[in-house]
Every structure is written in C-alpha cells, then in structure tokens.
Design a protein around this ligand. Structure first.
Ligand code: ADP
Ligand code: F6P
Length: 323
C-alpha cells in the first residue's frame, strides 16, 4: 500500500450525468480507507485558483441521483501551458494532495498526465456523454444522454408521422457518432449520418426519401450527428428536392443533464471506487476503463494513443432495418 493520506477529486471538460455518483464513490471509498478528501472545484481552472474544499461523507449526501457535477467543471487555457501545470502540481503539494482523481475526457486525462510527470499521483475516470474515449467501452453519462436523445426523437417522430414530414434531428457527440448511431437503431431512423461514415452524398439521402415514400413510409427520420451539423440547411435542401416537408430539430444541452440512469450510477460508482483503490495501491498516471465485460486500467499515454471506431455491423444493421 502506498503512503497516501489525502485524495483530491475534480471534474473537468463537459459535465455528464453520473459524475456526481463518481464523486460520491471517490469521497466515501477514500474515507473508508482512512484518508482525507479535498474537492477541487471548476476543474484545472479551480486548481490554479486554489478553489479547494474539505469533503466528508455528508458533502456527497443526496447527489447520486442528480445530473451535473457538484464540483462544477471548466476548461482552463492556463493549465495547457507548462507554467500552469507546474503551478497546479505545486498547489497540490501545498494542500497535501498526494493522490488526485480526475473525472473527464481525453483532454482532462492529458492534464492528469502532466501532473503525474510532475510527481502528483493521478488516476483518470472517463466522464463524457460522447463515448469517444478509446480505451473504454463505457463512459460516464453516455447511457443517460443516449436515453434522453432517444426519448426526444420518439416525440419528434409522433409529429413527423402525423404531418408526413421528414425530420432531421441533430444529436450531440462532438466528432463522434455513438449517440447518433445508437439513436438511429433505437429510434428506427430511416437514415443516420455520422462523421465516421458519411460521404456527404446528399443525393443518396434524397433518393432514399423518394424511394421510402413510394413504399408507404409516412415519415422520414434522419438522425444527424453534431459533427456533421448543418441540419437546418439540410432540411431546406431536402424539402426543395423531394417536395416532402422537412423540419430540423437540434436536441442540444438537454442531453447533458438529468438524473443519471441506473447504468450510469452503478458504473460511475465502481469507477470512482476503483480509482481510489488504485491510488492506495501506489498507482499513478492511470485511467480506469471498462472493456470486454471487465473493469481495467491503463497507463494514460497508452490510453491516449488507442483508437476506436463505431461498430461496422451495427452501422450496416441500422440501415438494413430501416426498410
Ligand atoms: P475533455 O476532458 O472532456 O476532453 P477538454 O478537451 O476541454 O475536455 O479538456 C478539459 C481540460 O483539460 C482543458 O480545459 C485543459 O485545462 C485540460 N487539458 C486538455 N488538454 C490538455 C493538455 N494537452 N495538457 C494539459 N491540460 C490539458
Ligand atoms: O463533450 C460533451 C459535449 O456535450 C459534446 O457532445 C459537445 O460537442 C460539447 O460538449 C459541447 O460543449 P459546450 O457545452 O461547451 O457547448
């Protein structure tokens, strides 16, 4: 066991439902191991401003069911600089933080790696609705976000069918198409456009709409990933080319909020607890993941060098099922 006395925890980058469950698990696992816990508010930005609070078991009461992050989150330009990272490590030392859990995405892990290089023991926990972290099949928040998007698309579908319209619905995901593909399947969309596969052949979409109208489809749902964007322009062009009324809906930040699903609460709790256990065992510069049915951990640089792609079978299946 390492001689760790105080654990710090921060959330960084975009918030994600389930981050609070992870914070709760970090705090209470650390307390169960006889450690002190400090919460760093507003990510690396708060670290540089020494926005640091003592946390006890009651600090994380009544949060497991809440979306967002009680520690707030931010993006820090200053921490991208070497001077900022030196200052961050110094502040950790000043507050006796000898183990730090960073809950966030790839960018946040890069920051954690920089602190580890400067002697601060760090472990990352994957928190992003985008599911775009290569070393893990699960990221905190994806399950809640994709369910929120799915429910929203079901509602758009009702009105789309009633009016016999084409609906282009844009979902989040930055450059990744996981939310779009899962909704494409779960909502039975006629088309799903994701950056990983889209060839920008709008004529194919138009031909598909005309074809589907001929075989009796009452609506045409297109799930469009944020990385492709231009949903309003697409709706206008499709309406002009097909004569079918078209409307665009951008679901937006609704996908980032709300009470986390059971999956997000359970996985986030497990990952927060594992991060503390790793620090107690003397680990540093690691990222927790979930792969092939097991919780795993990787060296941060190794994790950041990995790549992943949407499942080709699921993508092809999605198209086949929309007949
Ligand atoms: P995410 O963690 O969701 O990928 P960002 O990419 O916005 O979100 O990163 C969150 C924060 O992590 C940034 O604002 C910055 O403070 C820090 N960060 C990102 N990349 C680096 C880097 N290369 N070196 C140091 N810190 C970084
Ligand atoms: O990474 C999560 C995410 O919601 C992405 O899906 C989206 O591209 C981005 O963050 C939006 O960021 P902001 O909240 O800064 O607009």
């Amino acid at each position: 066991m390492a001689n760790i006395k105080t654990i710090g925890v921060l959330t960084s980058g975009g918030d994600a439902p389930g981050m609070n469950a992870a914070i709760r698990a970090v705090v209470r696992t650390a307390l169960a191991n006889g450690l002190n816990v400090k919460g760093i508010r507003r990510g690396y930005s708060g670290l540089l401003e020494e926005d640091i609070i003592d946390m006890d078991a009651r600090s994380v009461s009544d949060i497991i069911q809440r979306g967002g992050t009680i520690l707030y989150t931010a993006r820090s330009k200053e921490f991208m600089t070497s001077e900022g990272q030196d200052k961050g490590a110094e502040i950790c030392r000043k507050h006796n933080i000898d183990g730090l859990v960073v809950i966030g995405g790839d960018g946040s892990f890069r920051g954690a790696g920089k602190l580890a290089e400067r002697g601060i023991n760090t472990v990352g926990v994957p928190g992003t609705i985008d599911l775009d972290i290569a070393c893990t099949d699960y990221t905190i928040g994806f399950d809640t976000a994709v369910n929120t998007a799915m429910e929203a698309i079901d509602k758009v579908r009702d009105t789309s069918t009633s009016h016999e319209r084409c609906s282009i619905i844009e979902v989040m995901g930055r450059n990744a198409g996981y939310i779009a593909l899962w909704c494409g399947i779960a909502n039975g969309a006629e088309d799903v456009l994701i950056t990983e596969r889209y060839d920008h052949d709008e004529q194919r979409i138009i031909d598909n709409i005309i074809e589907k109208r001929k075989i009796g489809k009452k609506h045409h749902i297109i799930v469009n990933a944020e990385g492709i964007g231009d949903s309003y322009g697409m709706a206008k062009r499709i309406e002009e080319a097909t004569g079918m009324e078209a409307r665009a809906t951008i679901i937006g930040h609704i996908q980032r909020g709300g009470s986390p699903t059971c999956t997000d609460r359970v996985y986030a709790s497990a990952m927060g607890a594992i991060a503390v256990d790793l620090l107690c065992q003397g680990a540093s510069n690691r990222v927790v993941g979930y792969r092939d049915g097991k919780y795993v951990d990787y060296d941060i640089q190794e994790a950041l060098s990995m790549t992943k792609d949407v499942d080709q079978y699921l993508y092809d299946m999605c198209r086949k099922l929309s007949r």
